[in-house]
Ligand binder design. Structure first.
Ligand code: ADP
Ligand code: ADP
Ligand code: MG
Length: 668
């Protein structure tokens, strides 16, 4: 075994790899960008090397700098984690050249499988079923369109070099094909530096089921069963679990055998994932599967496999890279129980899941203990930057069966508190509580179909929590409630709540996540209030505050929340949800007209990808004007109203700061 390993990554995966390396007694070498000098993954290491400025292209993606750090530190192996250089064949080659073991497959396998079109051709030859489609070299738009017409719509356009759902577009009608191709290609070129595309038949009701494979340098291949990653939003995984609910033992065997065949066909070495798409249009009993791609690295969702097999995949990876044989034979591997993972992201479900950057004023995560595991790379007070993936943590729960795993997961979500930055915590909570998920009615379209319902559920849960926050801050000693100081039964509540003419109703100007929310408080007497939000009254009785703890019965249900100040806002958190708000000042009152003024500003820092208008263009409200790439996604900024473009203040390729004026529209 090696004595030292360099981890060429950051965040939760770097911390996770360090944990195993530490247990195995290896010396741990970290690398870090200027944005990460105090990051957890640096603290988890024995020694750390700076590799450049914050942008990944200038640090975590710089092969030479990482190889130099490995040489300087004397590291015998490099673990690339996932993302960044993990699937970069040139990086694997550079390691080999420098005499350092690359913890991953040989460069030839990375190259072969990294291109979805070559991989599909290979798998079809090896007898693994593949999705019907065109994976050829003729990349003329007319050819791709003809192939799409032949397959029949809907089709999926994919980037051959793609990953993380980037460069992928579903096309439902022939006339939408060419614009979708252009946009997918542009996204692929920006993300992967390669614009090779393929076209596939779009499976209407698919489940994503993948198989963990692992192979040593001596020709032994094993699988560690499957994971179901069907809960996706825009082709990105949100919740993953193992084993896949509802599949038969026979289906599992055929699927896992196909994955092993795929690994052998590619002369695979190391840990990898063979992804399949499973057509469940006629139910899971009649399902068929087809090969999608191989991810030649450790997967984000590997912890669910570790839970149900009791194995440490990073240890397996390191042993294999050191030339050892597979730590266990196939017949010694078995499934035990069920595990589910959710990905907690800094993103705002209320604003199209836009990635968020900012300070984690509060971050309380459950401890890794018993059936719960939490993998994170950030701590309270850290900043989520625009430069990297906005994942905050993964919460993984294990149980004897799916119901037990779900119960443990719900509890873990309820113990999670995040403030300072919008997250998908409330969305995840609503999702894991939803009957469709509880009933394991999985397919990749589920989140899309539930979107509105979940958003509605989340919104009403948020409103109830907001009402708690408002009343708690009133009781906690706001400007009018100083005397009340935590005692809802004080005479204050009576005196102010009731006048001779009846109950009093106070208007309150709240700002929630930057948007004004008009609210009213109705004083109903001793410890009883109603908070009107959007005209709907939320009834609170038995309100009680002690320190940052607030309890009440809200619309008939008992609620326990914590309410505190963070980052200039009042924050209320309860049962896996949080809401931050403040009372608007007079200055803010007049300032909410920006949208209608015709100014298009950058909602977050990012890179301008395309500008669809010029000075003088006539636009209608909702017309796409500017495409901004920020964090993971392309975002289209639309005209806030009808009018004529008075000015365009940005160019494609330009980096812009949050709030920068990009264009302006004059009244029509
Ligand atoms: P999984 O989640 O199944 O491991 P994903 O495709 O979602 O696989 O990718 C995992 C992580 O790696 C994500 O954070 C994604 O942004 C990143 N990633 C995947 N492919 C690439 C790539 N080619 N270049 C950069 N980052 C990538
Ligand atoms: P990536 O490299 O971005 O992970 P994949 O080829 O693995 O790309 O596809 C990502 C996701 O897109 C899958 O998990 C699945 O939900 C969806 N998808 C892929 N191919 C198809 C298809 N042919 N029909 C329907 N959905 C698909
Ligand atoms: Mg994939």
């Amino acid at each position: 075994m090696f004595k030292s390993v360099l981890i060429a990554n950051r965040g939760e995966i770097a911390c996770r790899i360090a944990r195993t390396a530490r247990r195995m007694g290896l010396n741990i070498v970290a690398v870090y960008s200027a944005a990460d000098k105090d990051a957890l993954h640096v603290r988890a290491a024995d020694v750390a090397y700076p590799i450049g400025p914050a942008p990944a292209a200038e640090s975590y993606l710089k092969i030479e700098k990482i190889i130099n750090a490995a040489k300087a530190s004397g590291a015998e192996a490099i673990h690339p984690g996932y993302g960044f250089l993990a699937e970069n064949a040139r990086f694997a080659e550079a390691c080999v050249r420098a005499g350092i073991a690359f913890v991953g497959p040989p460069p030839t396998a990375i190259r072969l499988l990294g291109e979805k079109n070559r991989a599909k051709t290979l798998m079809a030859k090896a007898g693994v079923p593949v999705v019907p489609g065109y994976h050829g070299n003729d990349q003329r738009p007319a050819t791709l369109k003809r192939e799409a017409d032949r397959l029949g719509y809907p089709v999926l356009i994919k980037a051959a070099a793609g990953g993380g759902g980037k460069g992928m577009r579903r096309v439902d009608r022939a006339r939408d094909f060419l614009p979708a191709l252009e946009s997918a290609k542009r996204e692929a070129e920006a993300a992967f530096g390669a614009g090779m595309m393929l076209v596939e038949k779009c499976i209407e009701r698919p489940r994503h089921i993948e198989v963990q494979i692992i192979a040593d340098q001596h020709g032994n291949v094993a699988h560690l069963f499957e994971r179901d990653c069907s809960l996706q939003r825009r082709h990105q995984k949100v919740i993953e679990e193992a084993p896949a609910p509802g599949i038969s033992a026979d289906f599992r065997r055929r699927l896992c055998d196909a994955a092993v065949t795929a690994a052998r066909a590619a002369h695979y070495v190391g840990a990898g994932t063979v992804e399949f798409i499973v057509d469940v249009a006629n139910g899971i009993e009649a399902a068929t599967f087809a090969f999608m791609e191989v991810n030649t690295r450790l997967q984000v969702e590997h912890p669910v496999t570790e839970f149900v097999t009791g194995q440490d995949l990073v240890e397996w990876q390191l042993r294999i890279a050191a030339g050892e044989r597979l730590p266990r034979r196939q017949d010694k591997l078995a499934l035990s129980g069920h595990a589910i993972e959710v990905r907690l992201y800094a993103e705002d479900p209320a604003r199209g899941f836009m990635p968020q950057a900012g300070r984690l004023d509060r971050l309380r995560l459950p401890a890794t203990r018993g059936p719960v595991r939490v993998d994170t790379g950030v701590a309270e007070g850290n900043t989520v930057t625009v430069h990297y993936d906005p994942m905050i943590a993964k919460l993984i729960a294990h149980g004897a069966d799916r119901t037990a795993a779900l119960a443990a997961l719900s509890k873990a979500l309820a113990q999670t508190e995040v403030a300072g930055i919008a997250t998908n915590l409330g969305f995840l909570t609503a999702l894991v509580e939803h009957p469709a998920f509880v009933g394991a009615e999985l397919d990749t379209g589920l989140i899309g179909r539930l979107g509105d319902e979940i958003a509605r559920l989340s919104a009403s849960a948020r409103d109830r929590l907001l009402a708690c926050g408002v009343i708690a801050s009133l009781l906690g000693g706001g400007e009018t409630a100083g005397q009340a100081a935590g005692d809802p039964y004080s005479p204050w509540a009576e005196r102010n709540g009731w006048t001779l003419t009846g109950p009093r109703r106070d208007a309150l100007a709240l700002t929630v996540a930057g948007a004004p929310v008009p609210a009213h408080i109705l004083y109903r007497g001793a410890g009883r209030f109603a908070v009107e939000l959007g005209g709907r009254p939320i009834e609170l009785v038995d309100c009680w505050r002690e320190g940052d703890r607030f309890t009440a019965t809200v619309d008939g249900r008992p609620v326990e929340a914590r309410v505190f100040d963070a980052g200039g806002d009042t924050v209320a958190v309860s049962a896996g949800r949080s809401v931050a708000f403040h009372r608007r000042s007079v200055a803010e009152e007049g300032g909410d007209e920006r949208g209608a003024s015709g100014a298009i500003t950058a909602p977050m820092p990012g890179k301008i990808v395309a500008v669809a208008v010029k000075k003088g263009t006539l636009v209608k409200r909702g017309d796409p004007m500017i495409v901004l790439e920020a964090m993971k996604m392309e975002q289209t900024l639309a005209a806030p109203r009808d009018g004529r473009v008075a000015a365009v203040a940005c160019r494609p390729g330009e980096l812009v700061v949050e709030g920068a004026l990009l264009a302006a529209i004059d009244g029509a």
